[in-house]
Design a protein around this ligand. Structure first.
Ligand SMILES: [Fe+2]
Length: 605
């Protein structure tokens, strides 16, 4: 129930003010509905304007019949004839009402003492003496079980002894009532304490009711003044841009340990020995090109119950594949493994990262595709690339094709705990694959260096990787051995460059190809990149030179036989990559990138 009065003494008509394109009351209503915690959400109002605002936007509103002094009375009248157990009072001027707070206030009724509770409410910790002393902030003191003892505008308790370890709490205006409690409130006359303090919920205490408080420290914004509205508008803009663009200042985790050098792979057993937990196994996910390479497998030096799983990598990694591996491991071992070791190309790197996450997080890998959805720390995981270019060895993501989308599990727990960079392992990679994967790195640099998100951090890595790519793929001045080592470092730097910015047009479109046709990432990038003169003219020319120099044949006509619905899906997947487009073309990217434009480009491929 959202009580909503049109007149407000401090800020008349505030609930109908514009908040980023919608009225305050509509935003509050939608926020409450979006928590999905309630069977029904109503606005209860004395105002025809507010009533119409909610109803005309498809919401539910109730007109109060009588005049009321306060929100609780308004709600009491509305619920009197409704069949309800618990009524939650959400303030009309709190458009940022969040699910977490409401869930906390409701969870109080799941506790062992639920029978004793007449109503529940929230409190937040406060430490600032100015706020503690401010009569506009209502303070609350509670007993050992968090039942309210008293509410006051005075600082309670009074801190006569400044050395007592004491936490002050402010009361937040969210209530969950048992129906009877709110009806009682309506019938009981106001007492002297309530009248003096002008705090509604004191009435319950005066009549011996039990109010249980839960702690919620999330900061809400109440719209009490025009200044609050300006602030709320700002907050909302910041919130939407958080969803569309990467946070401007990201606190980015880096791979904490790395060894580099020809032959350093043999250090693996001693590195693992330090990280082995009791008798828990290490699980090795290894690209199946090594399946017949007995000499290589022996260098892994499996111990005890370690398990080696060969991974087919013809296709891009899938969430279903991750779930399968996790199931295999859980079926065989009761203990959580000591760690996951990925040995292979980008696909194996991504699978190893995802499996290590899913061993400690419930559900399917598909549940975690997106930004910062992972809750539990992953098990220890080690990345050992055997082909260079994807940057997967340093990235904070693991790109997976799921049932609905192709998207990374991007989280602080994704990056490897240890990476082993041994250029020797990249010997013997087929030439095409070497080229396509190397071009992934080149394109990372181009997209990062030409993007609007560029900054000195990504530039410093991007420029170095770009120069290395030119040396390796165009100037032809290196020995094979040097080229291997340098490409490995180009991949690393290219990955670091996009970690602090973003990729662009080629990647967005390549994801579309990958999703619909299963095109591998590196080759998909190359198929797309040759047609991107308009966006990256100088580098597309250089790219063509590299293709010619290494006599690579890039597949043509891959989109020739697409059905209408396949083309639509491809366009949808590409358009969904909002941060990539924003990086490539700025906030107004939609002016350039239309469905027709993408159809046009794809049709050429
Ligand atoms: Fe890439």
């Amino acid at each position: 129930m959202i009580p909503a009065r049109y007149q407000a003494s401090r800020f008349p008509g505030k609930l109908m003010q514009d908040l980023a394109g919608k009225s305050v009351i509509l935003r509050t209503y939608e926020a409450a509905v979006n928590t999905e915690l309630f069977q029904e959400v109503y606005v209860v109002t004395d105002s025809k304007i507010i009533f119409d605002e909610i109803e005309s936007n498809g919401g539910k509103a109730i007109m109060s019949i009588k005049e009321h002094d306060c929100g609780s009375d308004r709600i009491a009248e509305a619920v009197e004839n409704m069949d309800v157990d618990i009524v939650v009072n959400v303030q009309g001027d709190e458009p940022f009402t969040d699910r977490e707070s409401l869930q906390k206030v409701l969870s109080v009724f799941d506790g062992a003492d639920a029978d004793r509770i007449d109503l529940a409410s929230l409190m937040a910790e406060i430490d600032d003496w100015k706020e503690i002393n401010d009569p506009n902030t209502v303070k609350v003191v509670v007993d050992k079980n968090n039942f309210a003892l008293y509410f006051s505008r005075s600082p309670i308790p009074y801190p006569r002894d400044k050395n007592v370890d004491l936490q002050y709490y402010k009361h937040k205006g969210i209530y969950a009532f048992r129906k009877q409690a709110i009806l009682d409130f309506y019938r009981l006359p106001m007492g002297a304490l309530e009248a003096a303090e002008k705090i509604e919920c004191i009435r319950y205490l005066e009549y011996g009711k039990n109010i249980k408080l839960a702690i919620s420290n999330t900061e809400g914004v109440e719209i009490d003044t025009p200044e609050d509205l300006v602030l709320a508008n700002k907050m909302l803009r910041a919130k939407t841009s958080e969803n569309t663009v990467n946070n401007k200042f990201r606190n980015f985790p880096m791979v904490p340990k790395v060894v580099f050098g020809e032959g350093c792979f043999d250090q693996l057993p001693s590195i693992l020995a330090e990280n082995r937990k009791d008798n828990a196994p290490f699980i090795f996910l290894v690209d199946d090109v090594f399946e017949k390479n007995q000499e290589f497998i022996e260098r892994v030096k499996l111990r005890f119950n370690d398990k080696l799983i060969f991974v087919a990598t013809e296709e891009e990694p899938k969430t279903s594949q991750v779930d399968e591996f996790v199931q295999i491991i859980k079926n065989e071992f009761t203990k959580i493994p000591s760690g996951i070791i990925g040995i292979g190309g980008g696909t194996v790197m991504d699978l190893a990262k995802a499996v290590s996450i899913m061993l400690t997080n419930k559900g399917s890998a598909a549940d975690y595709q997106g930004w910062d959805l992972v809750k539990e720390k992953a098990v220890y995981h080690v990345g050992i690339p055997t082909i260079s270019g994807t940057g997967a060895e340093v990235s904070r993501t693991t790109v997976l094709t799921g049932p609905e989308r192709k998207l990374g599990i991007n989280s602080d727990f994704t990056p490897f705990n240890q990476v082993i960079l041994d250029p020797e392992l990249t010997q013997g990679v087929p030439k095409n694959q070497w080229f396509y994967t190397g071009m992934d790195c080149f394109i990372h640099c181009v997209e990062s260096l030409n993007g609007t998100f560029l900054n000195a951090f990504s530039q410093s890595y991007g420029e170095k990787a770009y120069d290395l790519c030119m040396e390796i793929f165009l100037h032809n001045s290196l020995s094979e051995k040097d080229a291997r080592g340098k490409l490995m470092m180009a991949s690393w730097h290219g990955g670091m460059s996009i970690a602090y910015s973003q990729v662009g047009v080629a990647h967005a479109m390549s994801y579309g190809l990958g999703y619909v046709l299963g095109t591998k990432h590196g080759i998909g990038n190359c198929i797309v990149f040759q047609y991107l003169d308009e966006f990256y003219p100088k580098d597309v020319t250089l790219f063509r030179e590299m293709v010619a120099k290494h006599q690579i044949e890039i597949p043509q006509g891959v989109c020739k036989n697409l059905s209408e619905s396949q083309m639509d899906t491809m366009i949808n997947v590409a358009l969904d990559m909002v941060p990539l487009w924003e990086n490539a073309l700025g906030e107004d990217w939609r002016k350039t990138i239309t469905r027709e434009k993408l159809r046009d480009l794809y049709s050429k491929m």
